[in-house]
Design a protein around this ligand. Structure first.
Ligand code: COA
Length: 169
């Protein structure tokens, strides 16, 4: 898990334009939108010192996507809150990389950042993401309509998971 470098932009754009990776988002991202997202993520990492880290395979130094922490960018019953999130290229699914990195992000959030609670959410249909939430020890606490998704859109209804800071931290 590391900061982003310019060489990450092309492989990140490639995964953001992949309909399979973006199946549970309202749309894929153009190169311009993808680069804008990198700018936002990089800016957050620089100003706060934490955020959505770039994920690189140790063995090959290949960039495969992001996993990390993010301030929830909308208002809801459970905000303000910090979420843990993930997006990896299709070729790298099923190896446990997202749970491995998400566990490290949770550790950082509860340890270094002293957060009391970290949330995660995804559309009802995103079973892979829900599996990651359960694998890292998060608990399903409810459902909500994501205001970032248009009313009436089938992806608007979301499941909300959360994890509270372990007692020993
Ligand atoms: C979600 C994502 C990050 C998972 O990353 P990963 O590193 O492949 O995670 P895992 O290796 O733990 O594999 C996913 C798990 O989901 C399970 N899974 C896959 N399809 C499933 C389904 N239809 N129902 C239930 N579980 C499913 C897999 O079996 C696997 O669990 P297992 O190892 O116990 O078998 C990755 O699929 C991804 O980037 N998806 C696209 C972006 C995205 O949706 N991000 C989340 C937005 S909220």
């Amino acid at each position: 898990m590391r900061g982003w470098v310019d060489a990450d932009r092309a492989p990140f754009a490639a995964l953001n334009v992949d309909p399979e990776v973006m199946e549970h988002f309202p749309s894929t991202l153009s190169r311009v939108e993808s680069d804008h997202l990198v700018d936002l993520i990089q800016g957050g990492l620089v100003t706060r010192g934490w955020g959505l880290w770039a994920i690189e395979l140790l063995a090959t130094a290949t960039f495969i996507g992001f996993v990390g922490l993010n301030a929830v960018p909308f208002e809801a019953e459970f905000t303000p809150a910090v979420e843990v999130g993930w997006r990896l290229g299709r070729a790298h699914w099923g190896h446990g990389y997202a749970p491995e990195a998400a566990s490290a992000a949770l550790d950082y959030g509860f340890g270094a950042l002293h957060l009391d609670r970290i949330v995660s959410f995804t559309s009802l249909s995103n079973f892979r993401s829900q599996a990651v939430m359960r694998k890292v020890g998060m608990t399903r606490i409810g459902e909500f309509d994501n205001p970032g998704v248009a009313e009436g859109h089938p992806l608007r209804r979301h499941l909300l998971y959360a994890m509270d800071r372990p007692q020993h931290r």
